[in-house]
Structures are given as C-alpha cells and as structure tokens.
Design a protein around this ligand. Structure first.
Ligand code: NAI
Length: 395
C-alpha cells in the first residue's frame, strides 16, 4: 500500500512505499519520462529487493490539463502536489498567446519554491568545450522568486508606464525615455537569507567545502550589493562556527565574485569553485553556461525547493523539433530523479543510477545528441535507458 511522504516537525519523513507525483509533460516529455521511470524503478528494485518501492501518481498540467479540466493548472494538481511534498516533472509547454503565463513560473510561485539548485559535474566520455572538464564539480543555488523575474513589467506605451514616468519625473527628478519599457527589480533580505541558509544546509549535508556569492553589487548597490551583504550576514552571524574566510581546516570557506568575473572564472579556473549562490537573473545565465561546459542542457539535472514542496525537473524544454522520434536524451530527467532520491534519503539509489549511467556513457552507448559528437551509432531514448538498466544489473 502506498503512503505519503510528509514533513514532520520540519523533517522529511519518507515511508518505504512512498507515492510520488509525476508530470508527463509535452513534446519529448512523455518519452523521457517513460525511459527515466524504467531506470528509477529498476534502481530501487536492485538496491532494496522489494523492501522499498515507489508508487507513481500522475497529475496533469498544461494542454493535457486544459483538455481534461478546462484549465492549465487544475486545483486538483495543486492539491496533489501539496499533499505529496515531492513531484518530478518533464518539461511542459506553455501555450503561446491567450495571455498564459509560464506554467513553470506559476508552479514556483504557488509552492514558493525559492531555491533553484543545479549540480554541474562532468561525466567521463561526454564531449566538453573545456580541456579539463573533470575540474568542474559545482552546485549552483539560484534565487527563484525575486529580481527582474517578478513579472512587474510595462510596455513603453502602457498607460501605467506613463504614470510611472510621471512619478519619476515629478518626485525623483529622473527622466525615463518615452519609448522605454519599464521593469522592476527587487531583492529582499528575507528571500536572500533563506536561500543562503538552504545553501549552507546543503553544503553541510553534502560535504561541500566552499561557498561563493555571485553578485553585481558594484553597479546595483541596493539590490545586488544588498544580496551580498545579507548573504555575508548569514554566513558570518548564523553559521560563524562552521564557516571561515580563509582556509581553516574543517570549515566551509566563503568568498564573493562579481558576476561578469564569475563567468570567466568558470571557464579559466572552475576547480576553485564549489557552491555558487546567485540572484535570479545571473543565476539563470550561470546555470546554462555551466551546463554547457559539461555537455549541455540535455544532461544537467535540476530541482526547485521550498520549505514544504520540492519539484525535480529536467532543465531543458519540450524540444518539439525532436518529439515523438525516440531520439531525445533522457539523462537530464534521469539525473533529476537521482537528485530526488538523494533528497529522500535514498542516496544508494541515486549512486547506483549515476554509476550505471556513467558506465553506459563510458562505453559510448549514447543518444543522438552525443553520438553525433562522438561519431558513434546512436541509441534510441528507450534503448539507452535499457542499457543503463543492464549496467545496473552488472554493478
Ligand atoms: P528546448 O530545451 O526544448 O530545445 C532547445 C534545443 O535543445 C532543441 O534543438 C532541442 O531539440 C534540444 N534538446 C532539448 N532537450 C533535449 C534532449 N533531452 N535531448 C536532445 N536534445 C534536446 O528549448 P526551446 O525550444 O526554447 O523550448 C521549447 C518549449 O519548451 C517551449 O514551449 C518552452 O516554453 C518549453 N520549456 C519548458 C521548460 C520546462 O517545462 N521546465 C523549460 C524550458 C522551456
């Protein structure tokens, strides 16, 4: 019988037979979900031999939900995710036109998933633009709820923009061009500090040794600069007994980098970095740039975490150009599942999945995206997943 995962006194309680929510998604979503489930279920079975198992429960979002419920994000879906605490999703298409907002942004807002976490690590055998990609082993914490992403934006011709311009002109003696669109950027102490706390907790649990705050405080003092200031307050005041600015044995060290410098550091000296914490926009750029260094978006996993709900997801989109052809790479979703198992405390399952996937790639059994670069025969999405399952059996 399936049981629900719960938070009890702020701690995650995972039964031996948890029910987990999944979202099949659109485009390549259903294909990579089917392939990933094959791998996840096989890994749980190989590790626990029937003593633990996952019961999957599907909920609908996007066009599938629109057909069934007449709405893109049904209340039932929201209730189910809330009740089950953990969900894993394939990419979802937000219908263009009709004034629909991004469903992914909506999910993050509804469940207050304030930390976007992306581990970035190279896997032997995957083509990389770097000479020494083995030097990359990063985890990026991107703030998910603020910055220019709050969606407060006005077209230049919008009457609200005219009012804003008037206010700036009259009250602040600042001129904004008539033909300029206007967006608001906010960064708060509350959101910054809770993100940094999450990152430090992660560093402790995962034995990471260094934290770098990425910001553009030299230009935007009261948003990006304040982000740095508040982040340092958390590191120094709340975790002062375990953090240090220098190389002190057994402590987590921390420093900061201006965002543009961070990009070149990432390429020139990636071995110097471990956990990066950034506001929303810079975190967005950094995550994709870092993913490119280890083989691209088809591989990088991601998770969005709040205090009550966590959603794990592939970081790429629905790839409509290759949907339905059995050629998509399911690794990003498979690895997102591995992150989910780690989060659930089933670390041995995560490890088995990662080792089996690495072994499969090392023997050059890969999907088209990687096969083209390696000049080998490609495997289909499902065949690739089956090879990973074989590797699980052999380990
Ligand atoms: P995309 O990531 O879907 O595709 C970009 C390129 O990467 C395409 O050439 C695609 O074929 C390739 N690609 C992506 N994933 C791949 C995989 N697993 N294996 C092999 N090749 C892969 O980005 P795009 O085209 O900008 O977005 C398409 C749709 O996805 C849009 O409707 C967008 O709204 C949605 N989207 C959804 C996201 C989510 O649900 N988290 C995130 C990003 C986009």
């Amino acid at each position: 019988m399936a049981e629900k995962i719960k938070f009890i006194d702020g701690k995650l309680f995972v039964p031996v037979n948890p029910e987990i929510i999944f979202i099949r998604g659109d485009g390549i979503g259903p294909e990579i979900m089917e392939a990933s489930m094959l791998v996840w279920n096989a890994a749980v079975e190989r590790i626990y031999r029937g003593k633990r198992r996952i019961y999957w429960k599907e909920v609908l979002i996007g066009e599938r939900a629109l057909k069934e419920y007449g709405t893109l994000l049904p209340d039932e879906t929201i209730r189910e995710i809330n009740d089950h605490v953990i969900a894993i999703k394939s990419p979802v298409k937000t219908p263009v036109g009709g004034g629909y907002k991004s469903l992914n942004v909506e999910l993050r807002k509804i469940f207050d998933l304030y930390a976007n976490i992306r581990p970035v690590k190279w896997i032997e055998g995957i083509p990389s633009p770097l000479k020494n990609p083995e030097n990359i082993d990063l985890v990026i914490f991107r703030e998910n709820t603020e910055d220019v992403y709050i969606g407060l934006e006005w077209e230049s011709t919008d009457p609200q923009a005219t009012k804003i311009r008037e206010f700036f002109r009259e009250s602040l003696k600042v001129n904004i061009r008539e033909d300029a669109g206007i967006a608001l950027k906010t960064i708060s102490e509350f959101a910054t500090k809770r993100l940094v706390r999450k990152a430090v907790e992660y560093a402790i649990e995962n034995n990471r040794r260094k934290i770098t705050i990425v910001h553009k405080g030299n230009i935007m003092k009261y948003t990006e600069g304040a982000f740095l200031k508040w982040a340092l307050e958390v590191l120094e005041e709340e975790f002062g007994n375990i953090t240090a600015t220098g190389k002190e044995e057994g402590r987590i060290t921390f420093d900061s980098r201006i965002a543009d410098d961070m990009f070149q550091q990432l390429i020139l000296h990636p071995q110097k970095y471990d956990i990066l914490i950034a506001p929303n926009l810079n975190g967005d750029y950094l995550s994709d740039a870092a993913a490119a260094l280890v083989g691209g978006l088809g591989i990088a996993p991601g998770m969005n975490i709040g205090d009550k709900v966590a959603i794990f997801e592939a970081v790429h989109g629905t790839a409509p150009d290759i949907a339905g052809k059995n050629i998509a790479n399911p690794l990003s979703l498979i690895f997102s599942g591995a992150l989910m198992f780690k989060y659930m405390g089933w670390g041995e399952v995560a490890q088995a999945i990662e080792s089996a996937a690495k072994e499969t790639i090392r023997s050059q059994k890969v999907t088209l995206d990687l096969a083209e670069k390696l000049d080998v025969e490609p495997l289909g999405t499902m065949e690739f997943a089956q090879e990973i399952v074989k590797a699980l059996d052999q380990s």
